[in-house]
Ligand binder design. Sequence first.
Ligand code: FES
Length: 96
Amino acid sequence: MWMLALTMVSAFTSTTRVLAQRNMVLNAEVEIVFPNKKKVMVEKGSKLSDAAKKAGFKPNYACSEGKCGSCELKNGSKKVRPCTAKAVGPMMLTNP
Ligand code: FES
């Protein structure tokens, strides 16, 4: 009986630890730097448009559907359209 109780507690603790680690990864924050040099920390996967608002940066939105390219910025050599993009990792955004 003792061994069964000990095994159950151990399994519960282990499961709880794995779930906590998974939540930490899912809720991780990433740093986004906008062309106005403002840095903001946002939850990974959140909308870049919300991050821009938080940073006080106003992209040149026109369609707001990712179609026209008027809001386009660069993250290194990659083009990013903040109207539809998400903060998938740290970003250093510059004007194209
Ligand atoms: S506003 Fe048109 S692509 Fe972003």
